[in-house]
Design a protein. Structure first.
Ligand SMILES: [Zn+2]
Ligand SMILES: [Zn+2]
Length: 212
């Protein structure tokens, strides 16, 4: 059985999934928190980095953690264009809170220079992570970004990146590259059933019917 450890990195989360013998780091946090994240990775014997998507608040430390610990990075190929620049996939928001979050995000995209990296493993819907010692599978959750993915762990926990958000309250993603895809991914999460949902932003909640 795996355990999920939430590592709060300012406004965003990264997670370690571990079972005592191996661990996977899901997202990497912002630069200011890199030492905290690396320390936790060492403690839980992390062997693999999975990026739920390549926005800098999730991927900024990927290159350095990968080289410091000598472990590979996995992500979906449809987010590779974000590694060169987070503005490469246009984002929109529908409600007022989303527009505020979008405004802050775009300012941060402009000032951030995320260290570039090349993913070692391209992850696809249905891929198993058992090669890294963890019973989890990848679920494609496009919409927030084209290459957003989630991780279904032990049929108990679902790590969703920014496919859903809990910044202010639990909701479908407040900003998205493609709204229809985002809503379809939210519906897919609902249909998975009984899970604890772990967000890229905010505290976990039980799964529910995610509707706009
Ligand atoms: Zn994001
Ligand atoms: Zn985010």
């Amino acid at each position: 059985m795996s355990r999920i450890h939430r590592i709060v990195c300012g406004g965003s989360n990264c997670y370690i999934i571990e079972n005592g013998t191996s661990g996977i780091l899901v997202d990497t946090g912002k630069k200011a928190f890199i030492n905290k994240v690396i320390e936790s990775c060492r403690h839980y014997k992390v062997r693999f980095i999975v990026l739920t998507h390549a926005h800098f608040d999730h991927a900024e430390n990927a290159a350095q953690i990968s080289s410091t610990l000598g472990i590979p990075i996995g992500m979906h190929e449809n987010d590779c264009n974000l590694i060169k620049g987070n503005a490469n996939q246009m984002l929109t928001a529908s409600n007022i809170l989303g527009k505020i979050v979008l405004w802050v995000s775009l300012r941060e995209f402009a000032s951030c220079d995320m260290p570039e990296f090349k993913p070692d493993v391209l992850l696809h819907n249905g891929d198993s992570l058992s090669a890294y010692g963890i019973h989890a599978r990848i679920i494609a959750l496009p919409g927030h970004t084209e290459g957003s993915i989630g991780l279904d762990v032990d049929n108990k926990y679902l790590l969703v990146g920014d496919a859903l958000m809990n910044m202010f309250y639990p909701t479908v993603s407040m900003l998205y590259h493609n709204r229809d895809d985002m809503l379809e991914s939210a519906a897919r999460i609902s249909s998975i059933g009984n899970r604890i949902i772990y967000f890229g932003h905010g505290k976990p909640v039980p799964n529910r019917q995610w509707v706009k």
